[in-house]
Design a protein around this ligand. Structure first.
Ligand code: FMN
Length: 229
């Protein structure tokens, strides 16, 4: 059973289904892991990294451990490649199962309020492909509202994402520079220059009637299927 990490100020959730084939996310993960044992010195945040595909190869997420890991975090990072204009499947399952009604949002769901959420993503498509006259047809920002609103529903401030477009064509020097920016940001949160200009998170109330009953909401369907098979 995976254990929650030591209390962290910055919690990095990494999700890459084929990390062994990754160039960019692997470099980013390495940069974050390098901060794990250094945190807390001289006022720097304590950083913890949770690699979802390594922790849960069977997709059986330990919800209590994930929620415990989130408890102390002031910054929650979602670090993953963009898959089908969204997040990889285990990251989505993490959202479905960990961000529960009454805990993350809805009546009594205040566990994440006041935290920051930072999307750190890579795309295969180069920046110019994300334009109305090119293959991805929309500017990349057009794919962000589901992320931003997920944060808002949980009372989290959605920070400007860090995105590396055209990941396969990025040079080694570009990947290294990107990882250095990432590490600098992780290690200096919340003292980022743009923080004062960011709007506070809007309040979003979700009535209980808009969600399934507690028992149905808490039982992951794939576990029910396994148990009854
Ligand atoms: C199933 C799948 C879906 C993908 N969907 C997208 C997409 O919607 N947009 C895009 O720009 N790239 C897409 N890609 C490319 C990945 O984003 C790209 O391979 C990744 O960002 C490279 O990072 P890495 O070096 O860490 O693997 C997809 C890749 C896979 C495997």
């Amino acid at each position: 059973m995976p254990q929650p990490p030591d209390p962290a100020d910055v919690l990095v959730i990494v999700a890459h289904p084929q990390m062994e084939q990754s160039r960019v996310n692997r470099a980013l993960q390495r940069a974050a892991v390098a901060l794990e044992h250094r945190g807390g010195d001289a006022g720097t945040p304590r950083v913890a990294v949770r690699d979802l595909y390594a922790l849960y190869p069977d997709y059986l997420i330990d919800v209590a451990a994930e929620q415990a890991a989130l408890a102390t975090a002031k910054l929650v990072v979602w670090q993953h490649p963009i898959h089908w204009y969204s997040m990889p499947p285990l990251m989505k399952l993490w959202v479905d199962e960990v961000l529960t009604y009454g805990w993350a949002y809805g009546a009594g769901g205040t566990a994440l309020q006041g935290k920051d959420l930072w999307l750190v993503a890579t795309t295969g498509g180069p920046e110019e492909s994300y334009r109305p006259d090119n293959s991805n047809r929309y500017f990349f920002d057009a794919f962000l509202p589901p992320f931003e609103q997920t944060a808002a529903l949980c009372g989290m401030r959605f920070l400007p994402p860090l995105v590396l477009h055209g990941a396969h064509r990025a040079s080694d020097a570009e990947v290294a520079a990107h990882a250095a920016v990432y590490a600098e940001r992780l290690g200096s949160h919340p003292n980022w220059p743009e923080m004062d200009e960011l709007a506070a998170c809007p309040a979003c109330e979700v009535p209980a009637a808009e969600r399934p009953p507690e028992s149905a909401a808490r039982a992951p369907t794939h576990v029910i299927e396994k148990a009854s098979a």
